[in-house]
Design a protein around this ligand. Structure first.
Ligand code: PLP
Length: 393
């Protein structure tokens, strides 16, 4: 029998014995869902980022969908987002019957280019959905200015950016503190910074939005005290449905894992930054590569490490990808621009050339291994192998 060597992926979750014990405790003592640990986890995420309120939910996609729904965005409305994201971002608007307007990215940050947003605003526009791609915060202060001018709301897709910070006019901000946005969503899928298996969260400083989303997570069903105190024949079965909601609940054992994982954000971020420094130092000598950009005012969690292979007559990103895959790695490309996806092309008529900066980036990009449990020897091996690729080509 040939033992297959385990390949090194581009990203990997990091679960330790303490995490496992915290899940076991809930499984043994219950309740395993609809208990207080879910509420505690939601609030703990808010406390970590500095937002007032947090709701833990079943996925990042659920978080995005409820954010759009909570802002009453529906048929006839439009939202603006970037094509360089996972399809869940624009899909969340489509779920509600709204229309999506894509705005191309800034070639350095790879986030939505604020200077292009206004050209896509019309009387139907309701919200802007910036995505903090790679963990690098979007230019939220500038996006807020635009939103204020046009009376729009902002939903930050922070799936990559828990633990990232930025400064603006000498003040410090954290992704998820909601100082420049109405709502921020997180994902706790295993490739994200911290994980609950599947899971997500919505953060806000707006009490009304918080209460609405909290209700929406469980079918819009409410069981308030006053329902029981009315002078009529009632019992503890009584509930009422106040709005059309969903079942987007996360379980208590997942929330316990999340609470335990939350304690490790800084440690994970530190290790990621160590690896990034090592990569940057060694790759900066390779002329054919564009290294990940970090704006001066940004302190990123480095969710993924994206290299770009410059236009070159001898080889390209596809060659580098195949080379790494033929060795011991599972590299990735983030992302196929959403307007390239069949559903978007068929239904909305998008074509190549519509968003040239995203498209050029996509042809060059490759995500190489970056996660907290990556060992020094592995990091050194990645560097050695990539240097060899460029030497021998
Ligand atoms: C992961 C991700 C999502 C979706 O999160 P799920 O938890 O997988 O539903 C949405 N947007 C971005 C940018 C993501 O990376």
């Amino acid at each position: 029998m040939i033992l297959k060597k385990k390949k090194i992926p581009y990203g990997l979750h990091n679960i330790d014995d303490e995490d496992i014990q915290s899940v076991l405790n809930v499984l043994k003592d219950g309740p395993i869902t609809q208990g207080f640990i879910v509420e505690k986890f939601g609030q703990a995420i808010a406390d970590y980022t500095g937002a007032k309120y947090g709701v833990a939910v079943s996925s990042g996609t659920a978080a995005l969908h409820m954010s759009v729904a909570a802002l009453d965005i529906g048929p006839g409305d439009e939202v603006i987002t970037t094509p360089l994201t996972f399809c869940a971002t624009p899909n969340s608007a489509l779920y509600q019957g709204a229309k999506v307007q894509f705005v191309d990215i800034d070639k350095d940050t790879l986030n939505i280019d604020p200077s292009l947003i206004e050209s896509k605003i019309n009387e139907n526009t309701k919200a802007i959905m910036p995505v903090d791609f790679r963990g690098h915060p979007s230019n939220l202060p500038e996006i807020k200015e635009i939103a204020k001018k046009h009376g729009l709301r902002i939903i930050e897709d922070g799936s990559h950016s828990i633990g990232s910070n930025y400064s603006h006019l000498d003040k410090k901000y954290a992704c998820g503190d909601c100082m420049h946005v109405d709502l921020c969503t997180y994902s706790f899928h295993p490739v994200k910074h911290i994980t609950t298996g599947e899971g997500g969260a919505i953060l806000t400083n707006d009490l009304n939005l918080y209460e609405k989303i909290h209700l929406m997570r469980k079918h819009g069903i409410d069981r308030r005290e006053e329902m029981f105190s009315e002078k009529k024949r009632i019992g503890s079965w009584i509930y009422d449905m106040e709005l059309l909601g969903f079942n987007y609940r996360i379980t208590d054992f997942q929330a316990a894992l999340g609470l335990s994982q939350l304690k490790k954000i800084e440690k994970n971020k530190f290790r990621r930054n160590q690896i990034v420094k090592y990569y940057n130092n060694h790759f900066s000598n390779i002329d054919e590569l564009i290294l990940p950009y970090e704006a001066e005012n940004v302190d990123s969690n480095f969710h993924i490490y994206v290299l770009q292979v410059k236009d070159n007559s001898r080889y390209d990103r596809y060659d580098l990808f195949n080379y790494l895959q033929s060795k011991d790695y599972l590299p990735m490309v983030h992302y196929i621009p959403v307007h390239y996806l069949d559903y978007y092309k068929k239904n909305f008529g998008y074509k190549h050339g519509d968003f040239p900066i995203s498209e050029n980036y996509y042809e060059r990009a490759i995500s190489i291994p970056l996660y907290p449990s990556l060992k020094d020897e592995e990091v050194e091996k990645v560097v050695e192998d990539i240097i060899n690729f460029f030497k021998s080509n």
